[in-house]
Design a protein around this ligand. Structure first.
Ligand code: NAP
Length: 240
């Protein structure tokens, strides 16, 4: 029987790279995003859903996972960057949509999964180095990913038969990096931490989504050596 994985935010970037990696391994992949990801072959079942439309999520998940009693893996990857700006210049209205996409949609999904009776071996929530770095300008995004780390730790108690990790995936050359690496959109003198990203682009330190997806898929089984609920960074995993 095929192994099964649910991946959120699989229409582009890392989620798409992960989808390709698991399809190549012969897994059944269940994907969800707003734009959808229907052009890949293999055992992909894909639906379109705005995960911040909380009332729509349960029905969408029921349709997507109808008849499924076991998932080997869930990767909660969907996320948004929000604006790079000083926190003092960031109104609450700018923080809310980032928290909605990066944190609360995952709470709604986890609650649905918990109540669904589906047996799940492992859940990986895609976090970020920004969750712990505290660099200038990463405001709403950093707050959301720090909260995601704690969400993971707290839910680990409530999923006693499932292993949870908040995983920073390292730098990946995606649409998020198009924004971060664009001087017209993010001023490097004001937010110096982006210099490292710009230097990493087009080098091995910022793989394309396909390569990053393969690398993360290979690392995921090893995360089970960490206590459930941990934060881990793919770049330092071998130091654990
Ligand atoms: N790229 C990096 O260097 C990097 C580094 C650290 C962490 N991350 C994390 O990696 C994850 C993937 O990001 P990425 O870099 O691959 O960016 P990306 O290419 O912009 O992909 C984001 C994905 O999330 C989905 N998504 C966003 N909002 C959604 C919503 N409301 N409902 C459903 N799906 C939604 C998008 O799909 P639709 O637009 O089709 O809905 C898209 O598939 C994010 O959690 C990000 O924070 C990335």
């Amino acid at each position: 029987m095929s192994r099964t994985v649910l991946i959120t935010g699989n229409s582009s970037g890392l989620g798409r790279g992960l989808t390709e990696a698991y399809l190549e391994k012969g897994w059944e992949v269940y994907g969800v995003s707003r734009r959808g990801c229907t052009d890949l072959g293999g055992k992909l079942k894909d639906i379109r859903c705005d995960l911040t439309d909380y009332e729509a999520v349960p029905l969408a998940m029921e349709n997507l996972l109808m008849g499924i009693s076991h998932l080997d893996l869930v990767i909660l990857n969907a996320g948004v960057l929000g604006k790079m700006q000083d926190l003092a210049d960031t109104p609450l209205q700018d923080i809310q949509p980032v928290m909605d996409a990066n944190v609360w949609s995952n709470k709604v999904l986890l609650d649905w999964l918990l109540g669904s009776g589906i047996r799940i071996d492992q859940i990986v929530l895609i976090s970020s180095g920004a969750s712990i770095n505290g660099s200038r300008g990463w405001g709403a995004y950093a707050l959301s990913k720090a909260t995601l780390n704690m969400l993971t730790q707290l839910y680990a108690h409530e999923f006693p038969h499932t292993h949870l990790t908040a995983l920073a995936p390292g730098l990946v050359d995606t649409a998020m990096q198009d924004v971060l690496c664009d001087p017209a959109q993010v001023d490097e003198t004001r937010f110096p931490s982006v210099a490292k990203l710009r230097a990493a682009r087009d080098t091995a330190d910022m793989p394309k989504p396909g390569e990053a997806g393969q690398r993360i898929a290979e690392a995921i089984p090893g995360l089970k050596q960490l206590p459930s609920g941990s934060f881990a960074d793919i770049r330092t995993l071998d130091r654990h």
